[in-house]
Design a protein around this ligand. Structure first.
Ligand code: DC
Length: 234
């Protein structure tokens, strides 16, 4: 079971980690909706911090200043919107630039330490689905179910391309694939909480799977595991 945080009863957690463009966020919110659980989009935290840092004119290399900013960050999730000090920043944090900036600020240990308890406090009954890079390895190491989604960089670039075009935005497929590879490299090579599957995570390659197929796979594993069977052998 998930370790009780600050004396609260244990709350079941499903973690869904993986690089960008694997459909983590979509799958996490569908799983949460199906189970009636809360959902934590941890990437949004780093994106909001990146936006706040940019606005404050902070250097993305200044871990101390970013850690202080993270500790006082006024962020809230409400009705599917992300708020920074009460301002709806849902659209502003979804650009490619915001994702790349988030990946830079997320590399600092001071930042990760400042956001750790905030993320753990998102666990509430009857359960939490958390998606990100280090949900199963660092934030919820005792989660009942750990999933790690992958897909080839080309497929992830294509998905992002279709998403941007669908929103009427300009997009360059080659550039997107390059950016994705660069972000993967930074997220998986950093010293703290690098992107990697937890030892007891189920790795699912989504390259040739539909969202529905991934969803069914994750729900199967979750239901077996929560019912007491242990399909992951962990
Ligand atoms: O999942 P995303 O694309 O919204 O995340 C944006 C960046 O935030 C990602 O490139 C790395 C960072 N991140 C992280 O370091 N740890 C997490 N748990 C989630 C995101």
């Amino acid at each position: 079971m998930n370790q009780p945080v600050s004396g609260t009863p244990a709350i079941p957690v499903i973690t869904i980690d993986g690089p960008s463009g694997t459909g983590k966020g979509t799958i996490a919110s569908l799983v949460a909706a199906r189970l009636g659980w809360a959902c934590l989009d941890s990437g949004a935290l780093y994106r909001v911090l990146g936006l706040a840092a940019e606005r404050a004119g902070l250097d993305p290399g200044d871990g101390e200043a970013l850690g202080r900013l993270a500790a006082g960050l006024d962020i809230a999730f409400r009705d599917g919107r992300v708020l920074l000090a009460g301002e709806d920043v849902s659209a502003a944090i979804r650009t490619e630039g915001a994702g790349n900036f988030a990946s830079k600020v997320a590399a600092h240990p001071q930042v990760r330490a400042a956001l750790l308890e905030w993320q753990r406090a998102a666990a509430r009954p009857p359960g939490l689905v958390a998606d990100g890079r280090d949900m199963g390895t660092v934030v919820f190491p005792d989660a009942e179910v750990k999933i790690f989604l992958t897909a080839s960089p080309e497929e992830r670039g294509k998905r992002r391309y279709r998403q941007l075009r669908g929103q009427g935005q300009e997009a360059n497929l080659k550039q997107l694939v390059r950016d994705i590879a660069e972000r993967d490299e930074r997220d998986s090579q950093r010293a703290v909480a690098p992107l990697r599957p937890a030892v007891n995570a189920l790795v699912v390659d989504t390259t040739s799977l539909t969202i529905d197929q991934v969803l069914e796979r994750v729900l199967d594993v979750a239901q077996q595991s929560l019912a007491g069977a242990d399909p992951l052998g962990g």
